[in-house]
Each structure stands twice: as structure tokens, then as C-alpha cells.
Design a protein around this ligand. Structure first.
Ligand code: F0G
Length: 466
């Protein structure tokens, strides 16, 4: 090792994409057209797009090269067998069922095993996971440790599940729990990792009560990196070794290959149970495709297989986690409330703390997301009362936290882009008291954050402007 400390990008740039700069006036007009919902803004009108780290990463030249070598056969494609081998080596599961993205794996699994009235515990369900459970008239229950709900509390494994709460649930209502899930890393709770010790504890409870455990494993490599850095005794282990141990505690996993597997599309459902796999494959054929492509082209399977090799490299993970922390640490030093410690794939601004004058039901996170776009063309994503405040019975209440997630696409932005983000967030934070809440004018009954229409409120709490 050399004596220098600067952590640099472990790649150079071969192909670039130029973008368009917009004026503040153009962005205000775009917000009005989008009804103040940043999901409705055309991406061309966004300067730095931190809406999600899902499918937005840059592929490597090795991934692009693999596309040309793909096999597009309907049945038994060579690309499938490569994909299957890489996933199986990394996870150890018997059945690898490709899907077009993570939510397809969730839908197939939940539709196959859930009945009305059942309960699925998790540290925190993300939006589509929750919705795919609720659509089966089952309950998605979040059991993250109490530290995981307090943005400013520092804890090395804030994504851990509350084992006492899980035990109490299984003790009381175990017959209604068909599976336990753990999300690594915990996306809704700040991109926070789960420790091996916690997974071991969940496994022991699942064994005692005879319930299977599934990982929602989108950000498995980032989780493994945190384990290596933070969990006693893990520093000398390789990332694939830690990943295999994480998977060894589970009976299966759902995966979005749009995150850590470095694909622009893709996912899988992996599991050991032969009979359940058979039932899931039948559902797969119904809605996704034949089991050796499952809603993907052969080239997508190649890109994911190659991405899985790259994402577990330590030079990549060191850069990845450090560059997310670079943004988070700069904002924290500037006195802006963020979820701490900084997560793996994103920095989460604590909008409830930054905008105490906006009550949760006037959506402080949405207000902040809109302001970041207006000020600097930066698009983040509200993870708060808009996303999680509406319950299946139609009632509305504050979500546990009101956050704005600035998700970092993989290998896409440079340090100067991030320096610009810091400058814009600081500028907005200095004017936080001028921000106002919003009202929802129109929204669908589920997953409302994607399409809801908002109207800004003025000082008296009534609708202002268009
Ligand atoms: N589980 C988690 C923890 C996720 O973060 C996501 C997607 C999914 C499941 C579903 O995967 O998008 O491939 O269907 N999260 C994205 C995000 C959309 O922005 O965090 P998908």
C-alpha cells in the first residue's frame, strides 16, 4: 500500500453524457407542470438526479462487452446459466429465479404464500415491498430497533431488527407470520446496515418458531462492507465470504439487480425450498417469462452477472461508501440535520428537524425536495409522510420520520458534482424558515408518492398559487 490517504474513483471515464442546464424560472415552471411532485419532472430538466440509486448507475466496459456475448435463446440460454452460477456462488441458494426487477420477485413470493390477515415483519419494508404485502390484505410490520427511528442517534447497525419485539410477535401471533424479512441495508431507515449477530439472532427465532427467513438483499454488498468495517472480528474477511454468511442465515432472498448488482434492470427470487420454488416458477411463467429469462433479455442477465463480480471488489466498495459519506459529512459539518451514521447508498436529510414549522401532515420532506429542485436542479426523494403516511384503511398519520433521500447512483457523479450538491443544500437550509408546506390535491389509494398532485400552502395554511 502507498502512503497517500485520498480515496479516488477506482475507474476512469470512457464515455460521457452531456446535460442541459436550466434556469430557476424554467425549474419553477417545471414544478408547476409536475404539480410539485418531483417524480413527474422530465429527467432532462434535472441537473443532478439523486432520486434513486436504482438502475441509474454507470455500467463498466466489461459489462457493455458482455452484452454482445449474450445468448438470447428463449429456453436454456447460456447467459442464464452464467447468471445462475454467479448468483449461486455468492448466495448458496438452490433455486435462482430471474425477474425483471425486485418488485416482481416480491409479488411472486407474496402472492404465492400470503393470505388475508397474515403479518410480515421486517426491519423496515420499502415502498413496493409494503404495497405488495398490503395488496394481499396482509400486514407489513416494521420492527427496526428504536435507534433506527431516531435520525441523530449514532449506532453501528441501525438497520438491526428489534429481536425482543420479533420474539413477542412470533410468540403471540406466530401462526399468522408466514415469513420474516430483513432488508439489507435498511433503505427506509437511512441505508443502515444489519449485523451478522442480528441476522444470527433472527435465524434462531425463526428456527424456534418454525418460520422461514428471507432477505430483501438489494444492497447486500454495501451491508457486507459495513460488517467488515464495524463488526468485531470481521475485518480480515473477504466481502464474498461475508455475503455468503449473510445468505446462509436465510431461506431465500428477493433482489433488485438495479442496486448493488450494477444493472440498469433485473432482479431475482432465490430460495431453497423445492416445492415453494415450483409454485413461484408457475407464477413467474404467468407474469414474467420462462424460468431461464424471467422478464429479462439475455444481455441483461450478462450485465448483472458481470456487475456482481465488480460490486464485491474492495476498491469499489471503499470508494462507494466513502463517497456517500463525503456528502453526508460535509452536510453534517455545516449543521444540517442528516441521518447518522451516513448510510451506504444515500444521505438522508432530516426534513422534520430542518423545518420544524411545517407539521408532518403538511409534508416537510416534500417541501424540502421541491426547494432543492427549484434552487439547484437537484432531485431527491421524500421518504416520509407522503410515502408512508397513508394507511390501508384510508386514515393518514405522520410517518416515523420525514426524510429527503439524496441517493447516489453508482459510479456516475464526480466529487465536484457532490460539492455542488453540498452548496445547494446549504443555501436552501439557510432559508429553511421561508419554506412552506403542501397539500395533496389528488392521489391514488396506494403508492401515492409517485403520482400525487400537490399544491403549496401560503402562510395562513391555505393554497397559494397554481
Ligand atoms: N426492496 C428495497 C429495499 C428497495 O430499495 C427496492 C427499490 C425494492 C425492494 C424494489 O426493487 O425497484 O427493482 O422493483 N428501491 C428503489 C429505491 C426503487 O429508489 O430505493 P425494484
Amino acid at each position: 500500500m502507498h502512503p497517500f490517504h485520498t480515496i479516488i474513483e477506482p475507474f476512469r471515464i470512457k464515455s460521457v453524457e452531456t446535460w442541459k442546464f436550466t434556469t430557476r424560472e424554467e425549474r419553477i415552471a417545471a414544478l408547476v407542470r409536475a404539480r410539485h411532485n418531483v417524480f413527474q419532472i422530465p429527467a432532462e430538466d434535472v441537473l443532478i438526479d439523486l432520486l434513486t440509486d436504482s438502475g441509474t448507475g454507470a455500467m463498466s466496459s466489461a459489462q457493455w462487452g458482455a452484452l454482445i456475448n449474450s445468448d438470447e435463446s428463449y429456453a436454456g440460454s447460456r447467459s442464464f446459466y452464467r447468471f445462475e452460477r454467479v448468483v449461486r456462488d455468492l448466495t448458496g441458494f438452490t433455486h435462482i429465479i430471474p425477474t425483471h426487477q425486485g418488485r416482481a420477485a416480491e409479488r411472486i413470493l407474496f402472492h404465492t404464500i400470503l393470505h388475508p390477515g397474515m403479518i410480515v415483519p421486517n426491519n423496515s419494508h420499502f415502498d413496493t415491498t409494503r404495497a405488495n404485502i398490503e395488496v394481499e390484505d396482509a400486514e407489513a410490520r416494521d420492527l427496526v430497533i428504536p435507534e433506527g427511528r431516531q435520525p441523530s442517534v449514532v449506532h453501528p447497525f441501525k438497520g438491526n431488527i428489534d429481536l425482543a419485539a420479533l420474539e413477542a410477535l412470533l410468540d403471540r401471533d406466530g401462526d399468522r407470520v408466514p415469513l420474516v424479512m430483513v432488508t439489507v441495508t435498511n433503505n427506509s431507515g437511512g441505508g443502515q446496515p444489519v449485523s451478522l449477530a442480528n441476522l444470527r439472532g433472527v435465524r434462531a427465532l425463526c428456527d424456534r418458531f418454525g418460520v422461514p427467513l428471507f432477505l430483501d438483499a438489494c444492497r447486500f454488498a454495501e451491508n457486507a462492507w459495513f460488517v467488515k468495517q464495524r463488526e468485531p472480528g470481521q475485518a480480515e474477511r473477504s466481502i464474498p465470504d461475508i455475503v455468503r454468511e449473510m445468505a446462509s442465515y436465510a431461506d431465500g432472498m428477493t433482489m433488485s439487480a438495479k442496486k448493488d448488482p450494477l444493472g440498469n434492470i433485473g432482479g431475482w427470487l432465490a430460495l431453497d425450498d423445492d416445492q415453494l420454488a415450483e409454485r413461484c416458477r408457475t407464477m413467474l411463467i404467468l407474469t414474467e417469462g420462462f424460468p431461464t429469462y424471467g422478464g429479462l433479455a439475455g444481455r441483461d442477465l450478462e450485465a448483472v452477472a458481470q456487475g456482481l463480480k465488480e460490486v464485491v471488489e474492495e476498491d469499489y466498495l471503499r470508494y462507494r461508501i466513502r463517497s456517500t459519506a463525503y456528502l453526508g459529512d460535509a452536510l453534517h459539518r455545516a449543521g444540517i440535520p442528516v441521518v447518522r451514521p451516513i448510510g451506504g447508498h444515500a444521505v438522508y436529510l432530516d426534513a422534520r428537524a430542518l423545518l420544524p414549522h411545517i407539521p408532518p401532515l403538511e409534508y416537510p420532506g416534500q417541501s424540502l425536495a421541491v426547494a432543492l429542485y427549484e434552487a439547484g436542479g437537484i432531485r431527491g426523494c421524500e421518504i416520509g409522510t407522503v410515502m408512508f403516511g397513508l394507511h390501508p384503511d384510508g386514515s393518514e398519520g405522520p410517518a416515523p420520520m420525514d426524510l429527503v433521500r439524496l441517493a447516489i447512483p453508482r459510479r456516475t457523479y464526480t466529487q465536484s458534482h457532490i460539492d455542488y450538491v453540498v452548496e445547494v443544500v446549504r443555501w436552501v437550509a439557510e432559508r429553511a424558515k421561508d419554506l412552506r408546506g403542501l397539500r395533496i390535491v389528488e392521489a391514488p389509494p396506494a403508492l401515492r408518492h409517485f403520482t400525487a398532485r400537490f399544491s403549496p400552502l401560503d402562510d395562513s395554511g391555505v393554497r397559494a398559487g397554481p
